[in-house]
Design a protein around this ligand. Structure first.
Ligand SMILES: Nc1nc2c(ncn2[C@@H]2O[C@H](COP(=O)(O)OP(=O)(O)OP(=O)(O)O)[C@@H](O)[C@H]2O)c(=O)[nH]1
Ligand SMILES: [Mg+2]
Length: 497
């Protein structure tokens, strides 16, 4: 998502970076930013106001005389984007009394039913108990779709094909009590266009259930059409927020950047794939960071926190510190990272990496290869890869149906990775990282680059990351003790000499 606008803004900023700016330079930059926004399908009036506001702050002596005018411009654009995206993060509310009712509405095919399933999955992770309600009785297939989803995630579904949507939604409150559910999600019917019938039905459902949240589901791929339909829906219903779906496709971002100004509703969640875990909270600030190619570390750490088991993370960190990290651990770590999403998307969240990834094809299937190779090894080989000689390589290659060269490449990169972990451990960098001190800059020593066999080096970073985001951390005290011990041992050895 946002790839093209990130690219164009990156090029514009590269041009002004480090320069002494004249008024002419600034005008040119503003003109180019305007084009970048329009090309990203941001609404005309939104673009016009955005450029006007920034220009007003930029033009004049202040910026030209500033010590770093380029940085000031980037900051203004960043602030402007955050504002366009809605300013502050707007979480899904919970009812203070009785069950929380979340009503979904939107045009046909916008992703309502899928997102109902995704939201329920998210709520389950937060220990909430959802009930799904099939209020789309137009099509029998729609009820079936919701029932299948409910079964998949083990969440009750209330569906009554003979009844009308308003009655079903009203009854669902008593049904929720029966199931001890605390959150009711209403999946309403969609239409091809906003029409009176649909609006009446939605208004009546809202009247009958008094929803805590009325969320409009919009297909981000439809750009300004989505924004226009949002305007129409918001004129009839008191919407509390929007969910933008299909942000994983080649949506240019125009809908996300225009929605707040045009329809005045906050974006609460974004859909980033067809799978049930492909739903993210929408944080304007982080999103602006992504658009400007500054990465989104916070979301990455949050993803890691959700997927990484604390106990496992602690064990892994100990292995990192002792540098006894094996191929078996590597495989486990890889599986955990893959649960978080596509590797390219994850790497794209690291500052500065998104740009480098442009045109680099990181094929997730490469990781299947790595897993297949490791699976074909004996436990002993996974722990002591140095045992793997020619004949063992031959056997492993046969076992996983790959070339011997693939096994050699994996072993070489694993060796490099261990060397790097060892180096980081000795320099104290790893201790700093594991105790939450942040992400070190890593050099790509083997020159393999991000494209090489899935780029293992950045993953070593991600592994540390997963750990650093969890509570199961090795404390600074542990590391100090370890260092003290090492010093003592050294002294003892010296004395012996
Ligand atoms: N790639 C991608 N596809 C999505 C996303 N959300 C939904 N879809 C797909 O969009 C299609 C329509 O989704 P539904 O959930 O059935 O849409 P709906 O709004 O319930 O449609 P109606 O019930 O017909 O009004 C399905 O093929 C989904 O898999 C998303 O975030 N990314
Ligand atoms: Mg549906």
């Amino acid at each position: 998502m946002f790839e093209s606008i990130t690219d164009s803004l990156g090029t514009i900023f590269d041009k002004i970076r480090g320069k002494r700016l004249t008024e002419e330079h600034i005008k040119e930059a503003m003109r180019e930013i305007r084009i970048a926004l329009l090309e990203a399908d941001v609404a005309h009036n939104v673009t016009r106001d955005f450029i006007k506001e920034i220009s007003e702050q930029v033009v004049g002596e202040k910026i030209i005389k500033a010590v770093k005018p380029d940085e000031l411009i980037i900051k203004l654009v960043n602030d402007g984007l955050i504002e366009l995206l809605g300013g502050e993060y707007s979480p899904i509310k919970q009812a203070t009394k009785g069950p929380t009712v979340i009503m979904f509405c939107g045009l046909q095919g916008s992703g309502k039913t899928t997102t109902v399933g995704k939201l329920a999955t998210k709520l389950l992770k937060e220990n909430r108990k959802p009930l799904l309600v099939a209020a789309d009785i137009q099509r029998p297939a729609a009820i079936e779709q919701l029932k299948i989803l409910g079964k998949q995630i083990d969440v009750p579904v209330f569906a009554e094909s003979g009844s009308d949507p308003v009655t079903i939604c009203k009854q669902s409150i008593a049904v929720a009590e029966l199931h001890k559910a605390d959150t009711i999600i209403l999946d309403t019917a969609g239409r091809l266009h906003v029409d009176d019938d649909l609006m009446m039905e939605l208004e009546n459902i809202a009247k009958a259930t008094n929803p805590t949240e009325t969320l409009l589901v919009l297909d981000a791929m439809t750009g300004q059409d989505a924004v226009n339909s949002a305007k129409e829906f918001s004129e009839r219903l008191s919407l509390t927020g929007a969910i933008l779906t299909k942000m994983d496709g080649d949506a240019r971002g125009g809908a996300a950047l225009s929605l707040r100004k045009v329809a005045n509703i906050p974006i609460k969640l974004v859909g980033v794939g067809e799978k049930l875990d492909a739903l993210e909270d929408f944080h304007p600030e982080r999103m602006a960071g992504r658009i400007l190619g500054m990465g989104d570390i916070v979301s990455l750490v949050e993803k890691a926190q959700l997927e990484v088991d604390e106990e496992d993370a602690k064990k892994l960190q100990e292995k990192f510190l002792k540098n006894t990290f094996t191929l078996e651990d590597f495989q486990k770590q890889l599986a955990q990272i893959r649960k978080m999403g596509s590797i390219k998307d994850l790497l794209g969240m690291l500052p500065g990496i998104g740009k480098q990834l442009k045109g680099v094809d990181i094929d997730d299937a490469q990781f299947d290869k790595i897993e297949a190779i490791i699976k074909s090894m004996t436990p002993k080989e996974r722990t002591y890869p140095e045992l793997i000689d020619y004949s063992r390589k031959e056997r492993i290659a046969k076992g996983c149906g790959l070339q011997m060269g693939d096994i050699t490449a994996l072993l070489k990169q694993f060796k490099e990775m261990r060397k790097m972990i060892g180096k980081m451990g000795r320099s104290g960098m790893l201790g700093n990282l594991l105790s939450g001190g942040g992400m070190p800059q890593m050099d790509d020593e083997d020159g393999g680059g991000l494209g090489s066999l899935g780029g293992m080096n950045p993953m070593a970073g991600l592994g540390g990351f997963g750990g650093s985001g969890t509570k199961a951390q090795i404390s600074k005290k542990d590391i100090r003790n370890k260092r003290k011990k090492e010093k003592k041992n050294k002294k003892r050895k010296k004395r012996r000499k």
